[in-house]
Design a protein around this ligand. Structure first.
Ligand code: GLN
Length: 487
């Protein structure tokens, strides 16, 4: 009746009076509680709702929000000890817009601490497990957001994506993860991680639902100066356009068959074979798809470039977490002592490591060599992709070389093969390009996603092309059918 339904399907049930908006909320609430012990999607589950009955299609639709979005009077921890008791006094723009549309907030989702990480294992309230296999991670940092949608608790969730934090876990969780163009959605009230890379992003179970949500949360906001006016754009309107003649490229060094011909990794080979099968089917539909080659050195530089820029910006942005203005207060006589105590106890080792890296990169004598060079490499990568976008409408690639890893494997390993294939999603953040991940195959019932990235402000076309993939794979509105619940 409720679980696994899309936004549109729920809206239809409301209109036909077959389900009330209160009932929808309480079904989502009971699912959230039911799955919490096993999967740990939430830091906070809300047990009360004030239904706002509007004509908006999102009215009464339950959703979840990553716990790094500010929500007044609701605990907002960013999954960090330093904010474990922090209750903001203002609303993030995205939350405000969803409230206005009438969507019902079900809970605040676990993330990797301060959104830094890709495993879903570093939040202060514990690890998030993959709904398809509890012995595996869901990925991160928007771990709880993806789990909430992949478990069928909510039809959509709001996350943030600085390097791949929505699109990578979406791939491991068999859901859609959409990061629109930089500036389409306001980040006011999102805890800043790396401002030149940070995006608000949406998790849903089909492409159309992502379009519906983004249409409702986008827009110019004087409180986030990178936003622009998009009032004349409706993403939903162009989602079913004809794609005949649209041109896609894939990068040989990321996912070309030849690149992996000598590999003995069976899983990787399955992913590449399915990817080529998908390309054939897309060609039959009318897409033109070609292989291009990009300098391997440039691609190998993606991860270190990302780490340099993001750690530097994160160190600067998080300097406000002093334990003085807000957050858990440290103890000590002087303000230096208070800060030292709060930050020593408040951050985990991984976060401290990033801040040490960031401080080193920003040190005057290192700035030219590390920070400014990283920015130059970023520009080279973006220019290369923009050159390709003069001829092509989008780039396509699998999101990873395999299914979600087991907990004992570290997802941040720098093996030769994975340095490129596991890190290319960051291109979307470097260039601010619209970028979407959706499920395209399964290995032993574990999903793997494919990604399409397009030109800046071509969000509608990216969704339009993704919709065609969804038609081919049939992997639409899927969720992990675990648990003995009948709601
Ligand atoms: N996994 C990447 C990191 O650890 C991306 C994080 C993100 O997008 N928020 O920085």
């Amino acid at each position: 009746m409720y679980r696994g339904k899309s936004i549109k399907e729920l809206n239809e049930l409301f209109l036909k009076n077959e389900l009330t908006k209160e009932e929808a909320f309480f079904k989502a609430n009971s699912l959230a509680h039911y799955f919490q012990d096993d999967y740990n999607s939430f830091v906070t589950i809300l047990d009360k709702v004030k239904i706002k009955d509007t004509d908006n299609v999102l009215s009464g639709i339950p959703y979840s929000l990553k716990d790094n979005f500010s929500t007044s009077n609701i605990l907002t921890t960013a999954s960090s000890n330093i904010l474990k008791d922090y209750v903001p006094v203002f609303d993030a723009t995205v939350y405000k817009k969803l409230k206005k549309a009438g969507a019902s907030l079900v809970g605040k989702c676990v993330l990797d601490e301060l959104a830094m990480g890709g495993t879903g294992t570093t939040g202060h309230t514990g690890i998030v497990k993959n709904p398809y296999d509890k012995t595996r991670m869901i990925g991160g940092s928007s771990a709880g957001s993806v789990a909430s949608v992949a478990l069928g608790i909510t039809p959509f969730s709001i996350g943030s994506d600085t390097g791949d934090s929505v699109r990578k876990p979406a791939s491991f969780g068999g859901v859609v993860g959409f990061k629109p163009t930089y500036g389409l959605i306001s980040r006011y009230g999102l805890f800043p991680f790396a401002s030149s890379l940070d995006h608000v992003a949406v998790v849903s179970r089909n492409v159309e639902d992502s379009a519906i949500v983004v249409d409702n949360i986008k827009g110019l906001d004087p409180l986030d100066m990178v936003t622009y006016d998009s009032s004349k754009i409706s993403l939903l309107d162009s989602i079913n356009n004809d794609i005949k003649g649209k041109k896609l490229f894939y990068i040989k060094e990321i996912c070309g068959k030849d690149t992996y011909k000598d590999s003995d990794d069976e899983e990787l080979k399955k992913v590449i074979d399915s990817f080529y099968e998908l390309l054939d089917n897309l060609r039959k539909m009318g897409f033109i798809i070609e292989e291009v080659s990009v300098d391997k050195a440039l691609l190998e530089a993606m991860y270190p470039t990302y780490m340099c820029i993001s750690c530097a910006e994160a160190t600067s942005n998080n300097a406000n977490l002093t334990g003085i203005q807000f957050g858990t207060r440290g103890s000590g006589e002087s303000y230096e002592d208070i800060m030292f105590d709060a930050r020593t106890k408040g951050f985990s080792e991984l976060i401290k490591r990033r801040f040490i890296l960031g401080s080193y990169i920003l040190q005057k004598e290192n700035q030219e060599k590390l920070f400014l060079n990283a920015k130059r490499v970023r520009r080279l990568i973006v220019s290369k992709i923009n050159d390709l976008f003069k001829e092509y409408d989008g780039m396509i690639a699998p999101c990873s070389g395999g299914v979600a890893p087991h907990f004992d494997k570290t997802s941040e390993k720098l093996s030769e093969r994975y340095l490129i294939l596991e890190n290319h999603l960051v291109i979307g953040n470097f260039g601010g390009f619209p970028s979407i991940t959706l499920p395209f195959m399964k290995i032993d019932n574990l999903p793997v996603g494919v990604n399409i990235t397009g030109r800046v402000k071509d969000d509608a076309l990216v969704l339009n092309m993704a919709k065609k993939i969804e038609e081919i794979t049939g992997l639409k509105n899927i969720y992990a059918e675990v648990g003995d619940v009948d709601v």
